[in-house]
Design a protein around this ligand. Structure first.
Ligand code: 13P
Length: 246
């Protein structure tokens, strides 16, 4: 089975570095997506090889109008985005995003047929208190509220404690294969209960220090449909090493 592998560049890369990166992407039998900063989305779209799709890292809760600094789902569609990340833990933490806002963003994206990549995951305190499943259910229920027809949809399980950004100064650490497997099974079972047969189309990815070293083992897990990659997606060499999986 091919995997969906998404590069989340976060607030990194210059336009020139991004264009240079694109010329170096190796062909892959997996589905590849790049979530780029806003300013060079359109330029990137024109340069990407056909097998690589474009994603935004966020979208406004508003649909348009007098909302200085915001970017609407319609604008992202126009820029060529097929996907959009919502609810990343960095935004939940730094921007205090709520499940209600994330739900609104998802509804906006669905109107423009942009596939949401919904990030969910517990923090270290919640993990230690054995609250992982409870947190996941709360985030899923909140973000997917009122949605009956789900269509193409991506969930990224990103335990906050395994994201390298939050490990500054410490050894980078990913979740164990057992942790990943358990969480993915739990999420998939929840989706099946909620969306019945429609859930077959929903992809569940793992994110949290996915690297060329650990990606082959993670991808071997059947319940893992792919990965959302941060730091290791910033260099073509390490990203190519991840996407060569087959
Ligand atoms: P890292 O791969 O750098 O841990 O980032 C994960 C992430 O936040 C992807 O969205």
């Amino acid at each position: 089975m091919s995997k969906l592998i998404i590069a989340n560049w976060k607030m990194n890369m210059s336009a020139n570095a991004a264009m240079n990166f694109v010329t170096k992407i190796s062909k892959s039998k997996n589905q590849i997506v790049i979530a780029s900063p806003y300013t060079f989305l359109k330029r990137l779209k024109n340069q990407l090889p056909g097998f690589v799709k474009l994603a935004s890292q966020d979208v406004s809760i508003y649909e348009g109008g007098s909302k200085t600094g915001e970017i609407s789902a319609q604008m992202l569609k126009e820029a060529g985005c097929s996907y959009c990340i919502v609810g990343h833990s960095e935004r939940r933490i730094f921007k205090h995003e709520t499940d209600e806002e994330i739900n609104t963003k998802i509804l906006n994206l669905l109107k423009f047929k942009i596939t949401p990549i919904l990030c969910i995951g517990e923090n270290i305190k919640q993990k230690k208190m054995g609250q992982t499943n409870k947190v996941l259910v709360g985030q899923l229920e909140g973000a997917l509220k009122g949605i009956k027809k789900i269509g193409n949809f991506v969930i990224a399980y990103e335990p906050v404690w395994a994201i390298s950004t939050f490990q500054t100064g410490k050894i980078k650490k990913s979740a164990s294969l057992d942790n990943i497997k358990k969480a993915h099974i739990f999420i998939k079972n929840w989706l099946k209960k909620r969306f019945k047969s429609q859930s077959n189309k929903i992809k569940v990815l793992y994110g949290g220090t996915v690297t060329p070293q650990n990606s082959p083992e993670i991808f071997k897990l059947k319940v893992v449909d792919g990965a959302l990659v941060g730091a290791a997606s910033l260099k073509a060499s390490s990203f190519n090493a991840i996407i060569k999986f087959n």
